[in-house]
Ligand binder design. Structure first.
Ligand code: ADP
Ligand code: MG
Length: 362
């Protein structure tokens, strides 16, 4: 019988890292969120070979100060959160200090960074798989940070093979997610490019200081706009049960801001997935909310599904982001109450829309 042995520290780190960085999407999400947290107004996401070879995210944010070089890639080191109580009032995307540390364990990884007072001089940082800083080199750099991830999952052969096999689908999923960040980020220009077979293609690019509507036009094309109605729904979550998780101190007011297809102007039965949801501007998957949008829409237009861009603004105590490592799953405490109110409010919006087919669609 085999004896029970403790796993080596390195193995434990690798296993845990694989739970934070599960796929191509999680890499890109973590890096883009770091750039947004660094107050970047320009973010360039560059893939080589759909991300199989490299994923590079360059921003013009505040950069990393030299006293943090040693710790940025160590597990649970973060400059963003100092104790658990801060979590509810958190304004940044990151708070676990796990992304860079995980990427060190799962790829060939380096960072180039320059603070405003250092540029055009910057620093290249190289790390060991453990996250320990192993090299510092002065090189030319504009203000901001560039993170380079090469050969993702190179040391997890099964995961690497999966990635190679499913790269088309994975890459498509990444683009869908990046579209959501690009549309919601009114403060930052986000551009996405891919280098494949020696040819560089710009997938899409937004500009900085633009409205979400202008961002949508830049990502999906200007022809998407006439079909969209601006939505600004306001309602209150009225708990129906006597026992409710909504405490007195919580604000029950909900506002849903965004854009949705006019009833006669959907995306077509087999249209690509163009539905984006946000909670307090944080992109997230909200299947139950999506279902309400699709159901209400279907009662006006049975054959099509709507384009949806919906930013749900609500009290930070009314939901929980700390449920999954990727923070994409959001737990709404009063989900059913919210869904009912949303359904009613959305029906009112569509009731008041012109039901005739627009000129351009005839
Ligand atoms: P978290 O975002 O949870 O703090 P990360 O592992 O993603 O953890 O990043 C670790 C730290 O590295 C951050 O707290 C931040 O100080 C620094 N950092 C990472 N990316 C950037 C960036 N693009 N610009 C500036 N600082 C960054
Ligand atoms: Mg982070």
């Amino acid at each position: 019988m085999a004896t029970i042995k403790a796993l080596e520290g390195r193995t434990v780190h690798q296993i845990q890292s694989g739970q934070v960085i599960v796929d191509l999407c999680s890499v890109v999400k973590e890096l883009v969120e770091n750039s947004l947290d660094a107050q970047a107004t320009s973010i360039e996401v560059r893939f080589k070979n759909n991300g199989l070879d490299t994923i590079e995210v360059q921003d013009n944010g505040v950069g990393i100060s030299s006293e943090n070089y040693e710790t940025i890639a160590l597990k649970h080191y973060t400059s963003k959160l100092s104790n658990y109580d801060d979590l509810s009032s958190l304004q940044t995307f990151g708070f676990r200090g796990e992304a860079l540390s995980s990427l060190c364990a799962l790829s060939k990884f380096h960072v180039i960074t320059a603070r405003a007072d250092e540029a055009p001089k910057g620093t290249r940082l190289d790390f060991e798989a453990s996250g320990k800083l192993k090299g510092i080199q002065v090189i030319a750099s504009q203000r901001g940070t560039t993170v380079d991830v090469e050969d993702l999952f190179m040391n997890l052969p099964v995961r690497r093979r999966e990635l190679e096999k499913n790269i088309k689908r994975e890459y498509g999923k990444v683009l869908g997610m990046l579209q959501a960040y690009a549309c919601i980020s009114t403060q930052a220009r986000i551009s996405v490019s891919n280098m494949a077979k020696g040819k560089k293609t710009t997938v899409f690019a937004t500009k900085s200081s633009q409205s979400t509507r202008e961002n949508i036009a830049n990502v999906f094309g200007a022809k998407a706009l006439p079909g969209l109605v601006t939505m600004d729904l306001n309602f209150e979550m009225q708990p129906t049960k006597t026992y409710s998780q909504l405490s007195e101190r919580e604000n029950k007011q909900v506002r849903v801001l965004g854009h949705v297809s006019r009833p006669m102007f959907g995306e077509g039965r087999h249209a690509p997935d163009r539905q984006m949801f946000f909670v307090n501007t944080r992109p997230c998957g909200l299947p139950q909310v999506a279902k309400v949008f699709n159901e209400v829409y279907k009662s006006y237009n049975i054959s099509q599904s709507p384009f949806v861009f919906a930013n749900i603004l609500l009290d930070t105590n009314a939901y929980d982001v700390n449920v999954s490592p990727d923070k994409r799953t959001i737990l709404l405490h009063e989900q059913n109450t919210l869904l009912d109110a949303l359904r009613g409010s959305l029906t009112d919006l569509f009731e008041n829309q012109d039901q005739t087919v627009p000129q351009s669609q005839r």
